[in-house]
Write a protein that binds this ligand. Structure first.
Ligand SMILES: Cc1cc2nc3c(=O)[nH]c(=O)nc-3n(C[C@H](O)[C@H](O)[C@H](O)COP(=O)(O)OP(=O)(O)OC[C@H]3O[C@@H](n4cnc5c(N)ncnc54)[C@H](O)[C@@H]3O)c2cc1C
Ligand code: FES
Length: 262
């Protein structure tokens, strides 16, 4: 457990905020896709920590999280001022692996999924494509930062306010067509329906070279309570077993994810 001092906390756009903590020891160890479990200061009536992907880390020990205000914890988080101290546990979870030199990365991100995958873009030597989806233009976050990291950004919104009108998974066929002679490696993080569609699409077309982050409601964050289980494939009679997303995930290989189809 480490103490992280808030050095900035401000609105990014719409309900999204960016918070930075001074947390040099966590920063040193962080790999893409890992998360911090935050005990939110001033949240008096709740003892549970809240998990957030580590969006970015800097050499001078600043850890960035992008969060959307959706409930009581994130509402209180958005009110915390500079110099407030929070207990941080991390970095936690299994990370994404970076693409090999011969692999072309395609990242599929929905909502805050772009924050969870941003470190891949920054650290990958091979630059690829970000397919970024959201309900409306106000929910598309980090497009500029991905572009600055060398990724081509293609976006979609459900309401058509920005980019392709429809689901982000509808952008995949064209991205594959445009890069058909390359060895593609998929990465993804986003809402459960997006990840289920993507998993079925990839498993059915044989694109098993990929890793998806399955963010689930969490409690302890360290593998002790089993509050966060999802089904993964297994060689037993049922064909699946439970895996803890906080410990064995949140990042899983596409080929291991169980969707009910074998
Ligand atoms: C590994 C991981 C990484 C995450 N990274 C980020 C991130 O980078 N940015 C970000 O904004 N959020 C992220 N989340 C989600 C974040 O943890 C929740 O939004 C937060 O805990 C909500 O706290 P709250 O007290 O505001 O909401 P609560 O009052 O606890 O809940 C409000 C509503 O949101 C639902 N909810 C809470 N957590 C989740 C969840 N994980 N998935 C789906 N629904 C949920 C609840 O069921 C409830 O309906 C991540 C979650 C996980 C597990
Ligand atoms: S949150 Fe307790 S085991 Fe995952």
């Amino acid at each position: 457990m480490k103490t992280g001092e808030i050095v900035s906390n401000h609105i990014l756009q719409d309900d999204y905020y960016e918070i930075k903590f001074h947390a040099p020891e966590i920063c040193k160890k962080t790999q893409p896709g890992q998360f911090v479990h935050i005990k939110i200061a001033n949240l008096k009536d709740r003892i549970l920590r809240r998990p957030f992907s580590i969006c970015d880390v800097s050499e001078d020990g600043l850890l960035t999280v992008i969060y959307k205000v959706i409930g009581k914890g994130t509402k209180v988080l958005s009110t915390l001022s500079c110099e407030t101290l929070c207990d941080l546990m991390g970095p936690l979870g299994t990370p994404y692996s970076l693409p090999e030199a011969d692999e072309f990365p395609i990242i599929v991100a929905g909502g805050y999924g772009s924050a969870a995958t941003y470190l891949i873009a920054r650290r990958s030597r091979r630059k690829g494509i970000l397919l970024l989806g959201a309900r409306s233009g106000n929910d598309l976050i980090l497009a500029r930062e991905f572009a600055e990291a060398g990724f081509a950004v293609r976006s979609s919104t459900n309401d058509g306010s920005q980019g392709h009108k429809g689901f982000v998974t509808e952008l995949i066929a064209k991205a594959l067509e445009d890069n058909k002679n390359k060895k593609i490696r998929f990465y993804a993080c986003g809402p459960a329906p997006m990840l289920t569609t993507l998993t079925k699409m990839l498993q059915n077309s044989g694109y098993n070279d990929g890793e998806l982050s399955l963010d689930h409601l969490m409690c302890c964050g360290v593998g002790a309570c089993f509050a966060c289980v999802v089904k993964v494939k297994a060689g037993n009679e049922d064909g699946w077993r439970y895996a803890r997303t906080c410990k064995e995930g949140p990042v899983f290989k596409v080929e291991d994810i169980y969707t009910g189809e074998s």
